[in-house]
Design a protein around this ligand. Structure first.
Ligand SMILES: [Zn+2]
Ligand SMILES: [Zn+2]
Length: 129
């Protein structure tokens, strides 16, 4: 009986470990420079692309023209994917609601660093005090 309980407990620990790893793997949220950049949980952007995109947005970098084109992109054009992401700029207003949330259509190339961003809507939200 005691053995069964021990096995059950170790199984529970193993399961909670798997779940916590999963939760981390599906979180596509980047906090950079006082901004939160959130991708869809089933985003088709790779983690590498998400980092490039999040960096561009958080640091106001325009990667639509200065991107390092590789030869394939120069010859055949970019291989792009477009997806809507959520960006929260924290504490931009002095009075509540203080944080600005924008929805942005992001087009990124899977072969190079090309990123094109288009804001499709925004509103102030209650987030930080
Ligand atoms: Zn490209
Ligand atoms: Zn905030």
């Amino acid at each position: 009986m005691k053995k069964t309980i021990t096995i059950l407990i170790s199984m529970l620990i193993a399961f909670s470990f798997i779940f916590s790893v999963n939760a981390e793997g599906t979180s596509n949220i980047y906090n950079i420079n006082g901004k939160t950049v959130e991708f869809l949980t089933d985003s088709s952007f790779t983690n590498e692309q998400q980092l490039i995109i999040a960096n561009c947005i958080a640091n106001d970098i325009d990667n639509s023209s200065v991107a390092t084109y590789n030869l394939l992109c120069t010859m055949f054009g970019h291989k792009t994917t477009t997806e809507t992401i959520t960006v929260i700029e924290h504490c931009v207003s002095d009075t509540a609601p203080r944080c600005l949330r924008t929805f942005q259509d992001v087009t990124a190339c899977s072969r190079c660093d090309y990123v094109y961003v288009e804001v499709i809507g925004s509103s102030y939200i209650f987030c930080c005090d």
